[in-house]
Design a protein around this ligand. Sequence first.
Ligand code: ADP
Ligand code: NI
Length: 215
Amino acid sequence: MDIDLNIVYAEVEKLCSSDSTGHDWWHIRRVTALALKIAETVNACLQLVELAALLHDADDWKLTGTETDYPNTRKIMADAGADSMLTDTVIRIIGQVSFKGAGVDTTTDCPEAQVVQDADRLDAIGAIGIARAFAYGGAKGRAIFTPQQKPVNHQSFEEYRNSNGHTINHFYEKLLLLKDRLNTDYARRIAQERHSFMEYFLVRFFSEWNEPFRT
Ligand code: ADP
Ligand code: NI
């Protein structure tokens, strides 16, 4: 159906323009552009991919603080002229995108969700992923690193959502796991170098951390 994508771009930009948790407008722009690229390598509907990518964080619990029935997404889709069937389809895709803990299955059921999930996960790793993780940690008042606090293998979304660990743990609890949880060959290829870069970052981080204490 005909919907006004410009309205979606403008309203999402307004919604996340002041975000400082790493879920800002440029995260949305990167994920959307990358998702459209990945979509061309598989048989996914480009309109659904673009809408789901643009709106994938609009009602995310990390930003809104609650799990609600997608009020921002519903409003923006309605403003853009979408009917309830298209809106529900986009919401069904968005609902499958997020990581929910190391031990939680986030398998997707359609190519559109696979593509948006891959694009979102690629933006969580590599140099940008590192920057976003520390931005998120800072915005949520978390420490950079606390040596005595070990990573947790979260077995439920509840446990993952309520965790309050330091940001280095987030690498072990999520970021380093993502390269093996991608859906498309295109994303797996891009992920390799980004993953290696994070591993190198961590080697350097611990080396510099330990330097002052070495005898
Ligand atoms: P997802 O929905 O899969 O979590 P998002 O687009 O919402 O993906 O972005 C998640 C990003 O937010 C993470 O990759 C990370 O950069 C940041 N983040 C989330 N939780 C934490 C955390 N506990 N510590 C540090 N960063 C976090
Ligand atoms: Ni995102």
